[in-house]
Write a protein that binds this ligand. Structure first.
Ligand SMILES: CC(C)(COP(=O)(O)OP(=O)(O)OC[C@H]1O[C@@H](n2cnc3c(N)ncnc32)[C@H](O)[C@@H]1OP(=O)(O)O)[C@@H](O)C(=O)NCCC(=O)NCCS
Length: 403
């Protein structure tokens, strides 16, 4: 009897310039995907097991530029419904639900698509170019950020292939409705040379939704952001976010730039990028920072950098930490009180609710409620939140020092 194949995850990206072919994104494994949550999403009812196969392999390849795709499934054996009365999981159709049609299944077809990679050119105008020194290659590598439009020939189909990576890498990912004209698309490409020809590899991308704000403003909201694994931790996320911010800054009807349901990694990245931008504003000078958070900071951050009040406050706290001598007990205490003054907001609300309860509840009911809102616990929680926050802020300050 052939049993369920437990899911092991294997991902490999080939970036081998000496190879005969252009870069490939090669995604394969004894069975698919990148994280257990993705597997849960694909095989929701049977979670981490694809039932009914022996030696199951899912081969999913993308070319690095155009993301031309090859997909096929291999196995050594599969349950036979006639004899064993059970059906194997339909692995192939589950993957087909995620990847768009038009992929090839044979190696020869895929190799001929790879040969066409030399014709692939990034979509839309370049809005920023930068270089990063690669230890591996021993040279500066050039990257380009493009703003693509759905009207660019071939972009719609490219985007359909690109967004499949969200499914492999982001837990809460879903596809967007590209027919909605309020989406903006930003793409990052590596520019590389092969046998004297210039080729491009997809590095990452961002989608931003332009929300309408009454009466005549727009609030761009970062929806999806992905830097592909071989490129993560090289500063591309920061380059992309900064470029996108700068892009919107020049537009008078933009109110501020926000993000939808930001992940912890994204918040860290945004802290760094916004602090890097704000540190050059006059009202974020060390002297002004030590005088406290001001309306002037809110206005300047909003008008010059399209940063909203909540983010401006956080950046103020980060930059003030950098400007504070934390080894001086008095200065360090002033900083702690300043941050806790903000953090204490929700706790104060709790206290107001408790006072209200004292007036409304009978003694027994009140004791029950009081147990839930213990003041000592609140102080401990506040201190914990403060320590966590300051340790996040310190990382940002360190990154700013290296930038
Ligand atoms: C979150 C994400 C977009 C960040 O992109 P990225 O290109 O890796 O970001 P950066 O390289 O600019 O910064 C990431 C880290 O690399 C470090 N780094 C950047 N350049 C570096 C360099 N040259 N040398 C060493 N470290 C470097 C940064 O300090 C940062 O570290 P930290 O996280 O400890 O602060 C990317 O990790 C990703 O796509 N993750 C999966 C999807 C996701 O979470 N998306 C966001 C919400 S939708």
């Amino acid at each position: 009897m052939v049993s369920g194949t437990s899911v092991s995850i294997y991902l490999e990206f080939l970036k081998d310039k000496s190879a005969d072919l252009p870069y490939l994104y090669l995604l394969w494994g004894s069975i698919h995907c990148i994280s257990l949550s993705v597997i849960g999403k694909i095989f929701s009812s049977y979670s981490e097991v694809a039932f009914g196969y022996k030696g199951l392999q899912i081969l999913l390849y993308y070319s690095a530029g155009s993301l031309s795709t090859m997909f096929r499934v291999h196995y050594t054996s599969k349950v036979d419904e006639k004899f064993e009365g059970v059906q194997a999981d339909d692995v192939e159709s589950k993957i087909r639900e995620i990847i768009p049609p038009g992929f090839c299944q044979g190696t020869d077809d895929f190799v001929s698509l790879l040969e066409k990679e030399v014709n692939f050119k990034p979509f839309g105008p370049i809005i920023h170019t930068y270089t990063v020194y690669s230890e591996e290659a021993g040279e500066e590598i050039t990257y380009q950020i493009h703003k693509a439009e759905l009207t660019c020939p071939g972009f719609r189909e490219y985007h359909e292939r690109l967004q499949t990576f969200l499914m492999w890498f982001i837990e809460t990912a879903s596809y967007i409705d590209v027919d909605d004209e309020r989406w903006d698309y930003f793409l990052v490409f590596e520019k590389y040379n092969k046998d004297g020809t210039t080729l491009f590899a997809t590095v990452g991308y961002m989608t931003v939704y332009n929300y309408y704000v009454y009466p005549d403003k727009t609030r761009p909201r970062v929806s999806q952001m992905l830097v592909l694994p071989p490129y993560q931790g090289e500063g591309h996320g920061a380059q992309m976010l900064e470029t996108v911010h700068r892009y919107y800054v020049s537009s008078p009807n933009i109110l501020d730039v926000t993000a939808e349901d930001p992940s912890e990694n994204f918040v860290r990245l945004r802290d760094f990028v916004l602090a890097k931008l704000c540190q050059n504003l006059p009202c974020f000078s060390p002297e002004k920072l030590l005088e406290g958070f001001s309306q002037e900071m809110v206005t300047e951050a909003q008008q010059k950098l399209k940063i909203n009040k909540q983010h401006a406050r956080r950046i103020y706290e980060i930059l003030r930490l950098r400007a504070t001598d934390m080894s001086d007990p008095e200065k360090s205490r002033a900083y702690r009180l300043e941050v806790k003054k903000r953090l204490v907001g929700p706790y104060k609300k709790n206290q107001r609710e408790m006072a209200k309860m004292r007036r409304c509840l009978n003694p027994e009911e009140l004791t029950n409620q009081m147990n839930q809102i213990d003041l000592k616990t609140q102080h401990e929680q506040l201190e914990e939140s403060y320590q966590e926050l300051v340790s996040d802020y310190r990382r940002t300050v360190e990154r700013l020092a290296q930038a």
